[in-house]
Design a binder for this molecule. Structure first.
Ligand SMILES: Cc1cc2nc3c(=O)[nH]c(=O)nc-3n(C[C@H](O)[C@H](O)[C@H](O)COP(=O)(O)OP(=O)(O)OC[C@H]3O[C@@H](n4cnc5c(N)ncnc54)[C@H](O)[C@@H]3O)c2cc1C
Length: 123
């Protein structure tokens, strides 16, 4: 082992501060707290800050967030715009045709968000 470098020890290292890495880190800390244990979790993100490399605007289904934080609304999670209406359109050169929205593409109960902001909040 090189001795001219700092070394920091953690119980868990997670690479990537996107929704998956952040959720994994939060859940691990929650489980440790429930078990009355202390664990150190290090989350490595290549962006200049959490959310900086999360470019997608997104419509998200909040079920997983609610499992992580049942009180996400009171905590102020940035899910502020409920999806109001679904329109599935077939686009042609001169116009569009409305098609029925398949049930699996329905966004009822979902939210239009900036995923970068959701990640910053999770961070
Ligand atoms: C254009 C687009 C539109 C989308 N629209 C939707 C939508 O409407 N609804 C929906 O639910 N999903 C949508 N998705 C999918 C959603 O964005 C992904 O499912 C989700 O972001 C995956 O999360 P993740 O944490 O696994 O990965 P990512 O979000 O990709 O996060 C990975 C993180 O890891 C960091 N990273 C990567 N490599 C390293 C490294 N070597 N070291 C340190 N950090 C690293 C990155 O900077 C990033 O912050 C969309 C995706 C795209 C691209």
């Amino acid at each position: 082992m090189r001795t001219d470098r700092d070394a920091m020890e953690y119980d868990v290292v997670i690479v990537g501060g996107g929704p998956s890495g952040l959720s994994a880190a939060i859940r691990l800390k929650q489980l440790a707290e429930q078990a009355g244990r202390e664990i150190s979790v290090c989350l490595l993100e290549k962006g200049s800050e959490i959310g900086a490399h999360i470019l997608s605007g997104a419509v998200i289904e909040p079920k997983a967030l609610a499992e992580l934080f049942p009180d996400w609304q009171e905590r102020g999670a940035p899910l502020n715009t409920p999806a109001g209406e679904d329109r599935l359109l077939f686009l042609s050169q001169g116009g569009s045709f409305k098609l029925p929205t398949p049930p699996q593409m329905s966004n009822h109960g979902n939210y239009i968000v900036s995923l970068g902001n959701v990640c910053r909040w999770l961070g």
